[in-house]
Design a protein around this ligand. Structure first.
Ligand code: SF4
Ligand code: F3S
Length: 106
């Protein structure tokens, strides 16, 4: 499946949601995750993310492998999101900033 990683945190642009044919994104306070049981590996979401936060599971950077389990776990408890909504107010300021993982709200 595909995996949402650290760069989404505090940005949440939601462009990814618009292209997913199986509606497998789930939404938390400042981050989105992909349900690995629903994702059909269509690849459409990956280029849509302005923060380049989405990777194929086998291409997730070494220091972000824990996001694979995080997506699976949080997809079970967070509600589904199927429509684009405005990004966080300061998304552009947070885009690409390192060390955001401690800011993930659950
Ligand atoms: Fe949805 Fe396709 Fe992205 Fe999987 S790869 S989350 S099916 S858009
Ligand atoms: Fe997050 Fe990128 Fe989607 S910032 S909400 S993964 S478009």
């Amino acid at each position: 499946s595909f995996v949402v990683t650290e760069n989404c945190i505090k940005c949440k642009y939601t462009d990814c949601v618009d292209v997913c044919p199986v509606d497998c994104f789930h939404e938390g306070p400042n981050f989105l995750v992909i349900d690995p049981d629903e994702c059909i590996d269509c690849t459409l979401c990956e280029p849509e993310c302005p923060a380049n936060a989405i990777y194929s599971e086998d291409e997730v950077p070494a220091d972000q492998k824990d996001f694979i389990k995080l997506n699976a776990d949080l997809a079970k408890v967070w509600p589904s999101i199927t429509e684009v909504k405005p990004a966080t107010a300061d998304a552009d300021a947070w885009k690409g900033k390192p060390g955001k993982r401690d800011l993930l709200e659950k």
